[in-house]
Ligand binder design. Structure first.
Ligand code: SF4
Length: 677
């Protein structure tokens, strides 16, 4: 009998739902989910092509082990035994801090919960996920300012916004289905402000487009705050009731005049004033941002500056307002909620707080658990390079392509005594592994995923995994058992039941309540309807008030120089996703977006005698790569842009990091560009 199985899109954090139609055990096509609350039946090109990935001939079918330069097929028994023996040996010889575990924001909540539990029961503090590369500054900055890091309002609520400020996000390409909500708001008269170093399809929606220099966001946002204060557009009643620190903030932005900001950002002062007036004076304004804000050495400052702006204008805690950080991967929100982070146990219980440790020690019947912040994903790569980390277990991540300074990442992974990689394809990272474990893809397993809206949805299993591939949940439990750890769960529902007990925001999100559209956390009891809008009756802080935290403009870590006179900025395009391990295996997407390119302003191209389509070399202090030139007015003079979905881009990006959240500065690198003759 043909079946229609409800699943959640495996790509971005928007969390669109669709059905996989199955006949005779094979997924035949996808069908739109018209009643889905966020996507309303729409899907973008990536989801429409997702079955191509499921049935790609490159899928890993059997465990393999390295012998010299060869990877040879082995049984699951041999693979799990070798992985367990290697991890136990590292533990014995070098202690738990010599083990690093990367969890996957492509995996379900239940799988992330188990991966971080395995890490902590093993005794290592070093567990992290790729949120470190996208929204760690939101986790740090919003928790500090507001007491909670989630997106404050759901997408559908944008229809109630009268002004929408999009900064550092090209959502028309990166969260395309969600940009429909901005179009809806516009058609009802909302004003749209877009700030970005590039003219993108998102900027085409803008009434005010602010083309700022890369890495100058704090100057722009502080100047907007200064205009709001100077022109009396702030919400005094809201400030008095719900915030602390206003006087300090006011004096910190006093000198951040629009003309000062113009000198730093390149945005005309009068445009800054108009944008600030539109945002502050509207009855309901929302802010949407993404990695253009977070992937900087000032990522946390950028997030806090945005929180300050929203708070002084009282644009939070109501319909049509709020801060909406757009998460990149389908379950990056859930991976963080589940504690797959160096500084947090599940439910954002601090890893350096002994009471958190005692709570989980008792709940997990563990004799001991590690206390204190572990190494972040990027720090684990450094630690592998200098010998502090000797073994890594990497689930569903491809740091060779996703971490900055790719050459350094390869050297680090090759220095390990043991590298175990679990994935659906032989990624660039897996090709350096000692053991590769074949995993099931999204439609081959069940479990919950938490979208960027905090919407927790159950995705059903449509088909069986290919060959001998197993679900990540099965693999982690089997590995845990071989290591003597109590990880014995029959299925995702059993893990979710434990999450319901231990993570307060998920307490009421039980398996039997998860119908179409899911539930939005916090959902503290089984009778609770979920919480679409955060902070409507105060903030999740000790006194219920948000904190205004002054931040000061600091330039990016790298400046253009004589040797590297351009600024390279990176980002995503509509037809590919993240490191590209899935979308580069989709023939229909590859036909339309086949290769790495670099955008360069026509005036710069003419000076360098580069023509559109030329093969060029882009170099930084860390390496060089080749790409096809695209001459376009989308980028300003002196700025070049490359997407990061192809091997090559992250060879160039810098090691410099935000000292507060540990995110690398993917968005600004000094580079050179020349024709490759
Ligand atoms: Fe999938 Fe994101 Fe596209 Fe929705 S917008 S279909 S979640 S990639």
């Amino acid at each position: 009998m043909p079946r229609s199985v409800p699943t959640i899109c495996p790509y971005c954090g928007a969390g669109c739902g669709f059905y996989v139609n199955v006949e005779k055990g094979r997924a035949t096509n996808i069908e739109y989910m018209a009643d889905h609350p966020a996507s309303e039946g729409a899907l973008c090109s990536k989801a429409n092509a997702s079955l191509e990935v499921l049935y790609h001939p490159d899928r890993l079918l059997h465990p393999v082990k390295r012998s010299g330069d060869q990877l040879t097929r082995i049984s699951w028994d041999e693979a799990l035994e070798a992985a367990a023996r290697g991890l136990a040996g590292t533990l014995r010889r070098f202690g738990p801090d010599a083990i690093g575990i990367l969890s996957s924001s492509k995996c379900s909540n239940e799988e992330n919960y188990l991966i971080q539990k395995l890490a902590r029961l093993l005794g290592t503090r070093n567990v992290d996920n790729c949120a470190r590369l996208c929204h760690a500054p939101s986790v740090v900055g919003l928790n500090r300012s507001l007491g909670a890091a989630g997106m404050t309002n759901p997408f559908a609520d944008l229809a109630n916004s009268r002004c929408i400020f999009v900064i550092g996000s090209n959502l028309a390409e990166n969260h395309p289905v969600m940009s429909r909500w901005i179009h809806k708001a516009r058609s009802k008269g909302a004003i749209v402000i877009v700030a970005d170093p590039r003219r993108t399809p998102t900027s085409w929606m803008a009434d005010h487009f602010l083309q700022l220099r890369p890495g100058t966001d704090v100057a722009l946002i502080n100047a907007m705050a200064s205009v709001a204060i100077e022109q009396g557009l702030i919400d005094r009643q809201f400030l008095d009731l719900w915030t602390c620190g206003y006087q300090e903030l006011k004096s910190s932005v006093k000198d951040c005049t629009p003309s000062w900001a113009e000198g730093i950002t390149g945005v005309p002062a009068e445009d800054i004033v108009s944008a600030a007036q539109a945002y502050a004076a509207s009855p309901a304004s929302s802010i949407l941002y993404s990695m253009g804000i977070t992937q900087h050495t000032t990522g946390t400052d950028n997030v806090q500056a945005l929180a300050n702006l929203a708070l002084i204008c009282g644009q939070i805690g109501r319909e049509g307002t709020g801060l909406l950080p757009l998460r990149g991967q389908n379950n990056v929100q859930g991976a963080c909620d589940m504690g797959a982070l160096a500084e947090f146990y599940p439910g954002y219980r601090r890893a350096d707080d002994p009471s958190s440790i005692e709570h989980f020690r008792q709940a997990w019947s563990a004799s001991d658990l590690p206390v204190g912040r572990g190494l972040t994903a990027t720090e684990m790569i450094d630690a592998a390079a200098d010998g502090r980390i000797r073994a890594m277990y990497i689930v569903g991540e491809d740091p060779v392509n996703s971490e900055p300074h790719g050459g350094h990442t390869i050297t680090a992974l090759e220095s390990l005594d043991l590298l175990v990689v679990q994935d659906i394809f032989m990624t660039a990272t897996a090709s350096h592994a000692d053991l590769v474990l074949p995993a099931a893809a999204w439609a081959e397993k069940e479990g919950t995923y938490t979208s960027t809206e905090r919407r927790v949805q159950w995705s059903c299993r449509a088909v069986d995994p290919p060959g001998e591939a197993r679900t990540d949940l099965q693999i982690v439990c089997s590995l845990g058992k071989r290591l003597g750890l109590p990880l014995d769960y029959p299925d995702a529902s059993a893990v979710l039941a434990e999450i319901n007990r231990l993570v307060p925001a998920y307490q009421g999100i039980t398996r039997d309540r998860l119908g179409p559209g899911g539930l939005i956390w916090p959902c503290p009891s089984v009778n609770h309807p979920g919480t679409p809008i955060l902070h409507s009756s105060g903030f999740k802080t000790a006194d219920g008030r948000a904190t205004l935290l002054p931040v000061h403009y600091r330039p990016p870590a790298e400046k253009p120089s004589e040797r590297f006179p351009f600024t390279l900025t990176t980002g995503r395009i509509a037809l590919h996703h993240n490191a590209g391990s899935m979308t580069r295996r989709s023939p229909s997407l590859m036909q339309r977006a086949p290769n790495l390119f670099v955008e360069i302003n026509p005036a710069d191209a003419a000076r360098l005698q580069i023509e559109d389509g030329d093969d060029v070399e882009v170099s930084t202090a860390r390496g060089r790569t080749r790409a096809a030139a695209r001459t376009t007015g989308r980028v300003s003079r002196g700025v070049v842009f490359m997407p990061f979905h192809f091997p090559g881009t992250n060879i160039l990006t810098p090691d410099a990091r935000d000292s507060q959240a540990g995110i690398p500065e993917f968005k600004v690198a000094a580079c050179n560009i020349s024709r490759s003759d």
